[in-house]
Design a protein around this ligand. Structure first.
Ligand code: PMM
Length: 273
């Protein structure tokens, strides 16, 4: 089963990785189309940064940023997901053509989210989350991190299904970097098969994240964007091998190449002369 690549289209002035470059809708649309040309299977459009310390954005501002981008990319034929914690933005984005609601809070930030998604035919990504970005590391204490993340996600899936979302429309995500520091992220990634055993599709987002920067810096030198993208391509292949259905990345071209190479390696098992 091939792993899907979700390309990131951030429409925020303060995203740590693209610094507001794609704030203008036209630039965001062009960026999304470019990611599609690089082989993205899905495009994830977001208008609120979730980087550590980020402030919340008013839903009206968020919608002003994302809706024109969702509409243009969906009408170009792309499968679009909307990265939002607000039910009103999720519903408006689905009306504008989004097919997946990607809620990093797993329905916890907005109590209206799960019922709102249940009222559409969209799929939902429920991510592991313990609190908003402003204080997300305050909650980074776990007994057994893999069991805790899997158990907490199972309860979010249950909440989604209770709200009326069919289970086959629920995708789970371990929330790399969300309320997790350094080595905790590696523990969660290593435990991915246990998350996949829940029986839902698994999405994994490691792209350019802090824990990769820390790993790259142990060898010295700047953890530049190209180095982070190479590290992301590696973690994305390993996530795919551990059962991920999809990976969420900035540099789609590098990850698509890496997944293609890994797939060729796998195809060696069926070679006959
Ligand atoms: N990470 C970020 C934002 N949205 N959504 C999902 N499902 N999974 C993630 O890991 C995730 C996400 C933060 O990264 P960004 O600011 O670079 O987009």
């Amino acid at each position: 089963m091939p792993c899907l690549v979700m390309g990131i289209v951030n429409v925020t002035p303060d995203s740590f990785s693209d610094g507001g470059l794609f704030l203008a809708a036209d630039a965001a649309i062009a960026h999304g189309l470019e990611l599609r040309a690089h082989g993205a299977d899905l495009l994830d459009v977001g208008g609120e940064s979730t980087r550590p310390g980020a402030e919340r954005v008013d839903p009206a501002v968020e919608q002003g940023r994302v809706l024109p981008v969702v509409e243009a990319l969906a009408s170009s034929g792309a499968i679009v997901s909307i990265d939002t914690m607000n039910a009103s933005t999720a519903v408006a984005a689905v009306e504008a053509g989004a097919r997946i609601v990607n809620d990093v809070s797993g329905g916890l930030a907005d109590p209206a989210m799960l019922a709102a998604v249940a009222g559409t035919d969209a799929e939902i990504v429920v991510q592991h989350w313990r609190g908003h970005s402003a204080d997300m590391y305050a909650q980074a204490t776990y007994d057994d991190i893999v069991s805790d993340v899997v158990g907490e996600l199972a309860r979010r899936v249950e909440a989604a299904v209770t709200a009326g979302i069919p289970p086959e429309r629920v995708i789970v995500d371990p929330g790399i970097g969300f309320g997790k520091k350094g080595a905790q992220n590696w523990a969660v990634l290593h435990g991915l098969p246990r998350l996949a055993a829940l029986g839902h599709r698994v999405l994994v987002g490691t792209s350019r994240k802090r824990f990769l920067v820390e790993t790259l810096e142990t060898r010295g030198g700047e953890a530049s964007i190209p180095r982070r993208d190479l590290a992301t391509a590696v973690t994305s292949v390993l996530a795919a091998q551990a059962g991920a259905w999809g990976v969420r990345v900035h540099d789609v071209a590098a990850t698509v190449d890496a997944l293609d190479v890994a797939a060729q390696w796998e195809s060696g098992s069926t070679w006959t002369s």
